[in-house]
Design a protein around this ligand. Structure first.
Ligand code: GLN
Length: 215
């Protein structure tokens, strides 16, 4: 069943190959998105069952999305209910507001889909990268989670469901969230062997096919 799903992985920059491999190991077909594929409202992206935004550098990815004319088509697809999953920089791109590590507002281009404000590099230099174990609701519990110069959600609206919390400089903050067809993690499940987050996302894509939930 999952084998029939076709997922687009944004491949402008960052850890897109690892997401590709993770999704393929779950049986999905994957196409890398490097440029705007067409001229319809969704620019041909509507043919995917879901889209993944990888980790990397959100300022660079946002600029490249703008240059490729992909911001609006991706927004349109997500608003029409297509499942979108973002990890780390991908999460930043999905949020409505971005702030820098010191809390000052950032003006970088983002998709602005998730009703949340995110702080880039929220763990600071001391703990730039670390691994921990987290409970993630909906993904069958406790799993290893890798954080690399990770962002944290500092505030969010009522439609954002927190699936997991992590201890950080701001207390216990969301590390995995869902808002209807949108899923985002501040950690990198594509860099560990556990495939439960990718399977969870593919199940959202299957539900999307059956016509359930959108933002
Ligand atoms: N710190 C990066 C950013 O602000 C995200 C890091 C990551 O994706 N591993 O975009």
């Amino acid at each position: 069943m999952v084998g029939a799903l076709h997922i687009g992985v944004l491949a402008l920059q960052g850890a897109f190959r690892e997401h590709r491999l993770a999704l393929e190991s779950c049986g999905a077909k994957v196409t890398e998105i490097r440029r705007r594929p067409g001229d319809s409202a969704c620019a041909g992206l509507e043919n995917f069952d879901g889209i993944v935004l990888p980790g990397g550098e959100s300022t660079v990815m946002g600029r490249l999305l703008e240059e490729e004319g992909l911001l609006e088509p991706l927004r349109d697809c997500a608003r029409m209910g297509m499942p979108v999953y973002g990890s780390c920089a991908g999460l930043i791109l999905m949020c409505r507001e971005v702030e820098d590590a010191d809390g000052s507002p950032m003006k970088q281009p983002v998709l602005g889909l998730l009703d949340a404000r995110v702080r880039r590099n929220a763990f600071g230099r001391q703990t730039e990268s670390f691994e921990t174990r987290l409970d993630v609701a909906g993904a069958a519990g406790d799993m290893e989670a890798m954080f690399i110069r990770a962002p944290l959600i500092v505030s969010h609206g009522p439609d954002v469901e927190v699936l997991s919390l992590v201890d950080g400089p701001l207390g216990r903050s969301p590390a995995a969230v869902r808002q209807g067809n949108l899923l985002a993690t501040s950690f990198h499940p594509e860099l560990t062997a556990d495939r439960r987050i990718h399977s969870f996302f593919l199940n959202l894509c299957l539900d999307g096919r059956k016509g359930a939930g959108s933002i």
